[in-house]
Design a protein around this ligand. Structure first.
Ligand SMILES: [Zn+2]
Ligand SMILES: [Zn+2]
Length: 239
């Protein structure tokens, strides 16, 4: 009996080690989400392992980049309440993609217009009651906020990067390491990893002439990086 227990113990230990190694290979080295002001007018809200962003759109009016993983929207509602706003203040939600950890909170804000790239609408499914399809390069105005959409297929078919307030919002299409480097989308959860890398590189080349506009790079599951340079470095490292 004791021998059996010993072997069970060894097997459990081996599995725990392998699980730990797998976890580290996926998430290790990533910087942590930073809750709070990203740049003036943009506020990161940590919702467990993911983040959403509240963007000022004028008096009493905001837009969101993604809606978080929590169907009750607790963290987002608290962030709005902190500035004396209720759920009705959310005029628009820009979804980076249709994975549930980014769309779960949509229905907490029934007055919001929900946007995603046309290729992503099917994946958003019934997480939102209606989704406005965007095309690559489209500019949407919400109050005095301007949001520009870019197609970066790979993590999902219709993944978007948004530019607003001088911040590029990558969703899951990229991340940041603690050493200040841009990383590709997590392969395990991505539809086409090679396409993801090619799309992020193409976006870097496309935005190079506008690099002065880019103050910050923001990612849904990690902390942000400052300026355009980390994106430029990512692009130059890819074949
Ligand atoms: Zn995702
Ligand atoms: Zn995600």
């Amino acid at each position: 009996m004791k021998r059996v227990l010993k072997w069970v113990g060894i097997v459990v230990l081996v599995f725990a080690t392998l699980a730990g190694m797998a976890w580290y290979s996926v998430f290790g080295g990533n910087s942590a989400i930073v809750d709070g002001e990203l740049v003036p007018g943009a506020h990161t809200v940590k919702d467990g392992f993911v983040s959403a962003v509240v963007l000022d759109a004028g008096p009493g009016k905001v837009a969101l980049i993604d809606a978080g993983n929590d169907a009750s929207g607790k963290a987002l509602l608290a962030a709005l309440a902190a500035r004396q706003l209720g759920p009705d203040a959310v005029a628009a939600i820009f979804l980076t993609h249709g994975h549930g950890d980014h769309t779960a909170g949509c229905k907490v804000f029934p007055g919001a217009q929900v946007y995603a790239l046309a290729d992503e609408v099917a994946l958003v499914g019934d997480a939102a009651k209606a989704v406005h399809p965007l095309h690559d390069g489209e500019i949407t105005r919400v109050g005095d906020l301007r949001v520009e959409a870019f197609a970066v297929p790979g993590h999902t078919r219709g993944s978007a990067v948004y530019l607003a307030d001088g911040v590029l919002f990558f969703g899951d299409s990229a991340g940041a390491t603690t050493e200040g480097k841009v990383t590709k989308a997590v392969r395990l959860f991505s539809k086409d990893s090679a396409l993801n890398v090619a799309s992020v590189k193409a976006l870097a080349i496309r935005l190079r002439p506008r690099s002065g506009e880019i103050k910050e790079l923001a990612f849904a599951h990690t902390g942000p990086l400052q300026g355009f340079a980390p994106l430029e470095a990512f692009a130059s490292q890819q074949p």
